[in-house]
Design a binder for this molecule. Sequence first.
Ligand SMILES: NC(=O)c1ccc[n+]([C@@H]2O[C@H](COP(=O)([O-])OP(=O)(O)OC[C@H]3O[C@@H](n4cnc5c(N)ncnc54)[C@H](OP(=O)(O)O)[C@@H]3O)[C@@H](O)[C@H]2O)c1
Length: 264
Amino acid sequence: MSTVASKGTALITGSSTGIGAVYADRLAKRGYDLILVARNAERLDTLAARLRADTGRSVTTLVADLNDKTALAKVEAVLREDASISVLVNNAGVGSVASVLDGDVETMDAMIGLNITALTRLTYAVAPAFVARGSGTIINIASVVGIAVEMLNGVYSASKSYVLSFGHALQRDLGDKGVRIQSVLPGATATEFWDVAGYAPQKESPITMSASDLVDAALAGLDLGERVTIPGLHEGQAWDEWEAGRRAISGKFGNARPAARYLK
Ligand SMILES: NC(=O)c1ccc[n+]([C@@H]2O[C@H](COP(=O)([O-])OP(=O)(O)OC[C@H]3O[C@@H](n4cnc5c(N)ncnc54)[C@H](OP(=O)(O)O)[C@@H]3O)[C@@H](O)[C@H]2O)c1
């Protein structure tokens, strides 16, 4: 058994593989017990057994399709009721490279369900509990395409813009109540995401980061107290400038009269 005192429990969605599985490994090594959520029970069990053996932490699995309302409600109930939960990693997500003309709207609807609706419902489930305890961390996995919105499928990019915007609002609503919010914006990362998204060669591209490097950098950002972490952005001041511009224009919208350029 581990001799390190538990820091509470981290519930990680989409932790059967890819970025979520690396979060599971790193958070267990940091002393968190884990609840691993995804659809593939066999993969979850294999990872859970390895992490129990490697770290001595308590690791439980929760098989759930987060696009299924009943299954999602069970995960929401766990977040509301398990007082040991101190971290939620909203990581499960799918993408696509299809254009509007190639894409199937049912696939897009399911993407919205997972990337937006599930993430939102899970956050709403845990936020009151974190506020009541005066502590907790919510890590939302967005994407650089939430800003660079023309790069991939439009629904995917827009879903990640939502995650980033929602993170800003969560910061406003929960940030002074002991709850830490971090939005993580990965660039291309070498995971099965690209097989699902329809462009497998991206995994071999020279600009593609390993999931291990991505998560280690994201956790370093969390340790630095960052609200938004973009592991692949070397010019960190570029984010500061972007964010300063957004905040500056936000203060200019409130006028009862239309702008002079629209007045005839
Ligand atoms: N890879 C990239 O280049 C990249 C870049 C930017 C952002 N991201 C974001 O990073 C996050 C993790 O992606 P990844 O790269 O690690 O992809 P991945 O390797 O494909 O992993 C996705 C995870 O989500 C789970 N999942 C998928 N559909 C689900 C559903 N309906 N219900 C529950 N779990 C589901 C998968 O497990 P099961 O199949 O077992 O359910 C898997 O554990 C996503 O939000 C993605 O948008 C990835």
